[in-house]
Design a protein around this ligand. Structure first.
Ligand code: PLP
Length: 465
């Protein structure tokens, strides 16, 4: 295959993509498929001789889409949205065509300088102060790992990266039970250790299940009294389970009172902060030291794309950065090389899809979508609450809510029926000791009618339960 062939096949791939998206509404959101069923269809020895692209492409269209869960389906209401706006897909195609390693300014000047611009665009669009800068990671998990490892190094005066952790004081990180498991992973892998992740209780009856700042203060003081060393606090805005939001201002006041760094995980909900009316959910955010949000979730930048804002990138660069001779830019030591801010050396040109997305949709277009999702989630929640036997267990926080049907067993059976049926796709969580079903509205192409399919499918499938 050469680049002429590539151009022809890309045109065919583009036609296939158009038809795929046009036909999504007619497909079940999740395939009716057993584990191993797909592999049995493609199992073969490693090819020795080249094959015609025609045959490979054919196998793809015949076998793969039917064995996929369709994340771009307008009735995908599971987990979280993973929007890929057409403009961002186009940008990815162009970035792929150049396939640059954007690890240094010198290896991809446009990627490097565009990253600087789109970070400032997003910072301004989300109402963050001008003293924030930032970078783009692959995932929120990597960014949170970078932030937690930086907390470790700040607490150890940057001796962890040189001398290791043996003999170091017992470090402590604080987060609420509503934070995502990526925080647990970061604490484990940074060498701080899971047992040193202190899960701070939430305030009883708090409308967004905030961490209790008084409990945070008490736990920090107890650790200090016991000879342990507090290292940092991770807060959440829009937890994955039910959308919990910590009281950012109050918790940061406590953390900073103890000179602790604060990282805020707004992976999903961060996108909504382009709308001024939702910013009360992270009031006080301007005091945070680090914030992560995933434009690849609700904003529309094709996966993968995780933006970390940093008030002062110095400590993170001091932790993650290395500059051996072969990675220096001759005569320009002061230049920003974003690999020094993040874990991997190699970096994709991710800024391009944000640049395309923001220009093609405009903040106004993106805001209109998010506002619709929030309004329709509220409407669907009200309609479910009115169905006999149904109870809203957590009301909408932005566009995420949860419900149950009679008891745990019936709720689980209903979820099974819904997902076997295929018209909509929902997933579960545990809340207050009960098995509940989550509804997460946010697909780029969903309409009000798509969202209102949820109560009608539920009413139909619960009938003879
Ligand atoms: N934090 C929150 C609140 C999330 O919802 C998720 C993903 O669902 C993550 C972190 C992890 O995101 P990523 O897949 O980018 O690592």
């Amino acid at each position: 295959m050469n680049y002429d062939d590539l151009a022809d096949w890309q045109k065919r791939a583009a036609d296939w993509a158009r038809d795929y998206h046009a036909g999504l509404r007619d497909r079940p959101v999740r395939p009716d498929i057993a584990p191993g069923e797909f592999l049995a269809k493609i199992e073969a020895p490693i090819p020795e001789a080249p094959e015609a692209i025609e045959a490979i492409f054919d196998d793809f269209t015949r076998l793969v889409p039917d064995a996929m869960t369709h994340w771009q389906h307008p009735r995908f209401f599971a987990y979280f949205p993973a929007n890929a706006a057409p403009a961002s897909m186009l940008a990815e195609q162009l970035a792929n065509a150049m396939s640059a390693q954007a690890m240094l300014w010198q290896t991809a000047p446009a990627a490097n300088e565009m990253e600087d611009l789109v970070i400032r665009w997003l910072r301004d669009g989300m109402g963050l102060p001008e003293d924030f800068t930032g970078t783009i990671h692959d995932s929120a998990t990597t960014a949170t790992f970078s932030a937690v490892t930086t907390m470790r190094e700040l607490a150890l005066d940057h001796t962890g990266i040189t001398k290791g952790l043996s003999g170091a004081p017992q470090l402590r990180i604080y987060a609420s039970a509503q934070t995502h498991s990526s925080v647990d992973k970061a604490v484990r892998l940074s060498g701080i250790g899971q047992d040193n992740l202190v899960k701070v209780p939430t305030i009883p009856g708090h409308p967004t299940w905030s961490m209790d700042p008084d409990a945070l203060d008490r736990l920090i003081r107890e650790d200090i009294a016991a000879g342990r060393k507090p290292a940092g606090v991770v807060l959440c805005v829009g937890g994955t389970s039910i959308g919990a939001c910590d009281d950012i201002a109050a918790c940061i006041k406590v953390a900073h009172g103890h000179s602790l760094t604060v990282h805020v995980d707004a992976a999903w909900a961060g996108s909504a902060m382009i709308c001024e009316e939702f910013r009360h959910l992270w009031a006080g955010i301007e005091q945070a030291d680090s914030i992560i949000f995933n434009p690849h979730k609700w904003l529309g930048a094709q996966f993968d794309c995780a933006v970390q804002f940093l008030r002062d990138p110095g400590p993170q660069i001091g932790t993650m950065g290395l500059r051996p001779e072969y990675l220096k830019t001759q005569g320009a030591d002061e230049i920003v090389n974003y690999n020094e801010w993040t874990l991997p050396l190699g970096r994709r040109f991710r800024a391009l899809k944000i640049w395309f997305l923001l220009r093609a949709e405009g903040l106004s277009g993106l805001r209109a979508r998010i506002r619709n999702h929030v309004a329709w989630a509220n409407e669907a929640s009200d309609a479910i609450a009115a169905l006999p036997g149904f109870e809203i267990t957590t009301p909408p926080i932005l566009s995420l809510f949860s419900f149950r049907y009679q008891d745990d067993a019936k709720t689980a059976e209903l979820l099974e029926r819904v997902n076997r049926d295929g018209r909509i796709y929902l997933t579960q969580t545990y809340h207050d000791g009960s098995f509940v079903i989550r509804v997460s509205v946010g697909q780029f192409t969903c309409t009000r009618e798509d969202v209102m399919t949820i109560p009608s499918v539920l009413a139909e499938l619960a009938q003879d339960l």
